[in-house]
Design a binder for this molecule. Structure first.
Ligand SMILES: NC(=O)C1=CN([C@@H]2O[C@H](COP(=O)(O)OP(=O)(O)OC[C@H]3O[C@@H](n4cnc5c(N)ncnc54)[C@H](O)[C@@H]3O)[C@@H](O)[C@H]2O)C=CC1
Ligand SMILES: O=C(CO)COP(=O)(O)O
Length: 339
């Protein structure tokens, strides 16, 4: 039994805290809202994020940040990308010993163009960091809490830490693989949300399965190109955190990114979509970051560019699809020659 703290009591933090509690760990879930921590402790529910779910009775919650940090030497960070720096910054005064940090967020920061583990390295004092591990893969919280079979990957530059987290999370419904390609895992995780937004848009426009298959396949090609330019291993993108997560996010009604795209395709404005979601839609900010990163790396990312023009430049989704369909004709495998 390990002591573990999960920071962030949204859908994913709560679902992972359930996995850890099911595995008989002493898991403390931190929420920045006192009423939510109280709901979890008193009623074993988290109705806003996971309605109809009974949480394990051995799962405890707190809104006391210092208590949460001091509870454990393994800290799982499950807040949206936008909140990563703030949470790490707030943690600093309470770090008294080396800890192992696992992050499960899927995004890239606009402007700095940093991946999550790079943000953690910048924000956390190195003398208190035992290792940084990323956990990612095709894993909707809504299905994990039902204990439906799910597979994910943990990646770290320190393989022993990845193996330790594999053992901590793995059970009969949650199968965990290891990988040492942190860049590939984080780029796949972040960029699949961009393609999922686009997939939702084509569904919203009523274009159907051919268009979606095209987006997933050509989306994977541009994600792989970007990843390789940043030093990732090409084969990571055909794994769980690449193709796997693209499939689940582009095809599932559980996906917030797909749902947001679907509303956009049906004519809603971005502001209305974000107001109505009430949960994080990581792909919006990451589209901005990916667009900037593609320019910096001089990598051709036509789908990302098209989505950027829809989200931030007022292009109508139908017009963006037309632009994609009228790109210069080419050999299908041209892109792969530079892999
Ligand atoms: N929901 C899912 O099935 C999965 C989500 N993820 C990733 O996990 C991350 C978190 O996503 P969800 O839990 O789904 O989001 P969510 O929208 O369900 O919950 C986010 C939680 O973070 C809290 N939060 C927001 N800003 C905060 C701040 N500044 N300080 C402290 N807490 C703050 C919110 O109150 C909420 O409890 C995202 O990066 C997402 O891409 C990854 C895999 C699956
Ligand atoms: O990352 C996810 C599943 O693997 C969740 O995707 P959404 O954030 O689009 O809901």
């Amino acid at each position: 039994m390990e002591k573990v703290t999960v920071l962030g009591a949204g859908s994913w933090g709560t679902a992972l805290a359930m996995v850890l509690s099911n595995n008989n760990n002493d898991c403390l879930l931190w929420s920045h809202r006192e009423d939510q921590a109280q709901e979890i402790n008193d009623h074993h529910t988290n109705k806003k994020y996971l309605p109809n779910t009974s949480l394990p009775i051995n799962l405890k919650a707190t809104s006391h940040f210092e208590q949460a940090i001091q509870h454990a030497s393994i800290i799982v960070i499950a807040v949206p990308t936008k909140a990563i720096r703030e949470v790490c910054h707030d943690m600093k005064p309470f770090l008294m010993e080396k800890k192992l940090f696992v992050h499960v967020s899927k995004g890239i920061e606009p402007d700095s163009l940093k991946r999550i583990s790079e943000m953690l390295e910048e924000e956390l004092p190195a003398n208190f960091v035992d290792a940084i591990v990323v956990l990612s893969g095709p894993s909707h919280a809504e299905e994990v809490v039902l204990q439906h079979p799910t597979t994910v990957t943990v990646a770290s530059e320190k393989m022993e830490a990845a193996v330790k987290m594999q053992d901590l999370f793995m059970n009969n419904y949650f199968r965990v693989y290891t990988n040492d390609d942190v860049v590939g895992v984080e780029i796949g995780a972040a960029l699949k949300n961009v393609i999922a937004l686009a997939a939702g848009i084509v569904d919203g426009l009523g274009y159907g399965d051919n268009a979606k298959a095209a987006l997933i396949t050509r989306g994977l090609a541009e994600i792989t190109r970007l990843g390789i330019s940043l030093g990732a291993d090409a084969s990571t993108f055909s794994g769980l955190t690449g193709m796997g997560d693209l499939i689940v996010t582009c095809t599932s009604v559980h996906s917030r990114n797909w749902r947001a795209g679907n509303m956009l395709g049906k004519g809603a404005t971005l502001q209305t979509v974000l107001d109505e979601m009430g949960m994080v839609v990581e792909g919006v900010r990451t589209t901005k970051a990916a667009y900037q990163l593609a320019k910096k790396q001089q990598v051709d990312m036509p789908i990302t560019e098209a989505l950027h023009s829809v989200l931030f430049e007022g292009t109508h989704p139908k017009e963006a699809v037309d632009i994609l369909m009228h790109r210069t004709k080419k050999h299908e495998l041209d892109d792969y020659k530079s892999f």
